[in-house]
Design a protein. Structure first.
Length: 281
């Protein structure tokens, strides 16, 4: 098992680096609209997801088709709002706030799945929310519109967890991802028609690489969860925030105040403690 944990850590580092690179590219594409980014992020991933399903002769349409469509619709809303928010917020801040999704997922699980949240989990959630208040309350440069977008994105991301939980093991994970990518391609393509920007030079490579980084981020994250216990792997997801924040500073000269860093740290610590606590129960 020790070997598996070490391997899982390597996989999670690769995964979070891939997602951080994707986030940095999104931040760099300042003149490209969010829906166009959604389109390229999705259409380039379809090459991998369709290829996998066809190669392994897995039915493309799946079994829980209504839930699969719902997962795709909820997911594309969350992704679109995240890309929009990244235009207004430092990319490290946007990613850390998007990770509030597990809190909303826990609340939705109580409402829709009749699950219970233990008192200690509420304490961890309160710590994360306190981090948000510090982030907004003391960082006067933080854009309120961007905050609104990222919070709604996190809410929809929380709903994604609930829909996936409802789907359960009834469909192959790649089928679920493929539905998401197909719906995102259609929605992103249609909604970007009026504001389409013709990519030039390196922008083509950047846009097409979004799907590549996103796909491998998902694959290596899945591999990590397959070979190690959830509570050993889940906290490592938040390395994405650290890597993205560093890329924001190095590539975009983003400035994070002491209060910003304190707020982000509290958010991540609250969510990591919750992940560890859940994994032990």
């Amino acid at each position: 098992m020790v070997l598996d944990v070490k391997q899982a850590i390597k996989f999670m580092i690769i995964s979070t680096l891939a997602f951080a690179c994707m986030n940095a590219i999104v931040k760099h594409l300042t003149n490209v609209g969010a829906f166009q980014i959604v389109f390229f992020r999705s259409v380039s991933s379809l090459f991998f997801s369709f290829g996998f399903l066809l190669k392994n002769k897995i039915p493309l349409l799946g079994n829980n088709r209504k839930l699969l469509v719902l997962r795709g619709l909820v997911g594309v809303v969350s992704m679109s709002l995240f890309f929009m928010a990244s235009k207004y917020l430092p990319i490290g801040t946007a990613v850390s706030l998007r990770y509030m999704a597990p809190i909303f997922a826990a609340v939705f699980a109580v409402i829709f799945l009749k699950e219970r949240i233990k008192p200690l989990q509420w304490l961890f959630f309160a710590m994360a929310f306190a981090g948000v208040l510090i982030l907004k309350g003391f960082d006067t440069e933080l854009d309120s519109y961007g905050l609104l977008l990222i919070f709604i994105s996190a809410i929809f991301s929380g709903l994604v967890y609930i829909v996936i939980s409802k789907i359960g093991k009834g469909d192959h994970p790649v089928v679920v991802v493929n539905y998401f990518m197909v719906i995102s391609t259609i929605v992103g393509g249609l909604l970007s028609i009026g504001n389409w920007v013709n990519p030039t030079g390196i922008q083509w490579l950047m846009l097409l690489s979004l799907g590549l980084f996103g796909y491998f981020g998902q694959v290596y994250m899945t591999k990590a969860f397959q070979i190690a216990a959830t509570n050993q792997v889940a906290p490592l997801k938040y390395l994405e925030v650290v890597f993205t924040l560093l890329l924001g500073v190095l590539l975009f000269s983003e400035i994070y105040t002491l209060y910003s860093l304190l707020g982000i740290t509290m958010i991540i610590c609250g969510l990591i403690l919750n992940a560890l606590f859940k994994g032990e129960n």
